[in-house]
Design a protein around this ligand. Sequence first.
Ligand code: TMP
Length: 204
Amino acid sequence: MTKAKFITLEGIDGAGKSTHIDFIKQYFEKNQLDYFVTREPGGTELGERLRQILLNENMHPTTETLLMFAARAEHLEKVIIPNLSQGINVLCDRFSDATIAYQSGGKGVNIDFINALKKYTHGGLSPDLTILFDLPTNVSLERLKKTRTLDKFEQEAQVFHDRVRDSYLRLAKSEPSRFKVIDSTQSIISIQDIIEEFMGKVFK
Ligand code: TMP
């Protein structure tokens, strides 16, 4: 059995990652690869309940960080690890990089605290590929305004989104072999070509 891959999608709100999930699913199907698609916060019954609280209620950033990891611990034990162990590739819409970008980069939570939670929650497990959809925040916020009712994070000021974006870009720079950054100002077709190339490298 070939080792299943753990692939995560990241980016600021409105960077367009959701648009490309269906394309990635089609990639798995076209290449006859078993896959499971999930998201954070969420992915389990309890995790989805925590998501409702996290996206709608105001709380201290430390509380927010702990709840993100509570949902993640459940998700890892019940969904991510069991799928990977059975040889099923997992595509996860956000993971721990989001906690670093949003709670540490955006809200100033101590990075050592987050790294300790990461260590105890998922130890050595790290994504094989992280696709970071990157976009200037004035463009992403314009896009968001046109879509739907905004959640708690999406309603944050542009400076918050700037800090989140910077934090993601710093992470990508620090781990260039795992992160692939996509300029989300490009056309959907160009982005799909790039995604296909990245996926091809992971599943070669
Ligand atoms: P989504 O809209 O991409 O599904 O993500 C939900 C929101 O949750 C998004 O604004 C980012 C935020 N979030 C964090 O702040 N920290 C985290 O660890 C995760 C996974 C998401």
